[in-house]
Design a protein around this ligand. Structure first.
Ligand code: PPE
Length: 308
């Protein structure tokens, strides 16, 4: 998806012009995928633009870096302040997507990362529907990938590490080239893990099921956790449960969740239609409640917003 340039990018504590946000071609992270990132959204609310679940995202960034043994020279409060500043200086009053990135910079070559500098950058720009407006409204066509998700002893699946996204890109390209919108990856044990940039849910007999992230080798999605809470508040039963591919084929409804994607209904998996209408009633209720919560229209979820 194209990027719409804004004015300033925060780099190691300094706001630099968008076009000047450059780094050396021998930066460690570019060669070895040694970095961690977040994807965060801000939305226009009746009381001004607000970042959704900012602190939870920055806490996950810090956890990712702990796993990767990269010491961030900022604490969670400073990272949150930087994010608020980036939205403010770029005057993104209608909302935006934020991309904090921690990466090993220039100065060391060779796999051993320990002496490389840890750099931090944060950019924000307006970003539309990740899987398209049509997908968000009428559902996406999914394909189970021939690529497996990482074995947690090969790649730390709890970390949102930059290098791990080679696996996502391989699966995404395979799905798109075959005419689908998005891929579903199975874990090394054959159970459903997640998608290339989203978690997955199914609805069966009125119960909402989603794979438990750590067992499934999936990222513990903040949108997944948000939707679980919203669903329980709406009175649905929600269970974290392992799924196999036929659970997807036989689901009454299925949907994806992610910061960039938001809540997106699944129309089909491997050319088998999911349910009778897309979106189904449960998906619709969750999609609509999420839409209102992130936009500050539901007082119950006010604590999830950080006003800029
Ligand atoms: N799994 C993966 C692999 C993933 O990348 C994401 C977020 C999720 C699950 C959902 O996590 P959360 O956003 O906390 O609900 N993917 C981010 C990056 C997408 C990209 O293409 O870049 C995102 O949604 O911002």
């Amino acid at each position: 998806m194209p990027i719409t340039p804004t004015k300033k990018i925060w780099m190691d504590g300094v706001l630099v012009d968008w076009d000047q946000a450059r780094l050396h071609v021998l930066s460690h992270g570019l060669h070895y995928g040694t970095g961690a990132f977040e994807g965060i959204r801000a939305y226009r609310t009746p009381l001004g633009v607000a970042i959704f679940r900012l602190r939870e995202h920055m806490e996950r960034l810090v956890r990712s870096c702990r796993i990767l043994m990269m010491e961030i020279p900022y604490d969670v409060d400073q990272l949150c302040d930087a994010a608020l500043e980036v939205v403010r200086v770029n005057e993104l009053h209608d909302g935006c997507y934020l991309r904090p990135l921690v990466y090993l910079g220039y100065g060391e070559m060779g796999v051993n990362p320990l002496a490389a500098p840890v750099n931090v950058a944060m950019a924000a720009w307006p970003w539309g529907a990740y899987l398209g407006d049509e997908g968000a409204a009428h559902g996406v066509r999914m394909k189970i990938s021939s690529w497996r998700r990482h074995d947690p002893n090969a790649m730390p699946t709890a970390a949102k590490g930059t290098g791990m996204y080679v696996n996502s890109a391989l699966a995404k390209v395979e799905a798109v080239k075959a005419g689908y919108d998005e891929a579903i990856l199975l874990g090394p044990d054959g159970r459903v893990s997640e998608c290339t940039g989203e978690n997955i849910f199914v609805v069966r007999d009125g119960v909402i099921l989603t794979p438990p992230p750590s067992e499934a080798g999936a990222l513990a999605g903040i949108t997944q956790a948000t939707v679980v809470q919203i669903a329980r508040d709406l009175g649905y039963e929600v269970r974290f449960e392992s799924l196999v591919r036929t659970d997807l084929y036989l689901a009454d409804e299925a949907f994806l969740t992610g910061t960039a994607a938001e809540v997106v209904p699944i129309a089909s998996v491997d050319d088998r239609a999911v349910g009778v209408v897309t979106p189904g009633p449960v998906t619709s209720a969750l999609q609509s409640t999420y839409h209102h919560a992130v936009r500050g229209e539901l007082p119950r979820y006010e604590e999830w917003l950080s006003r800029v």
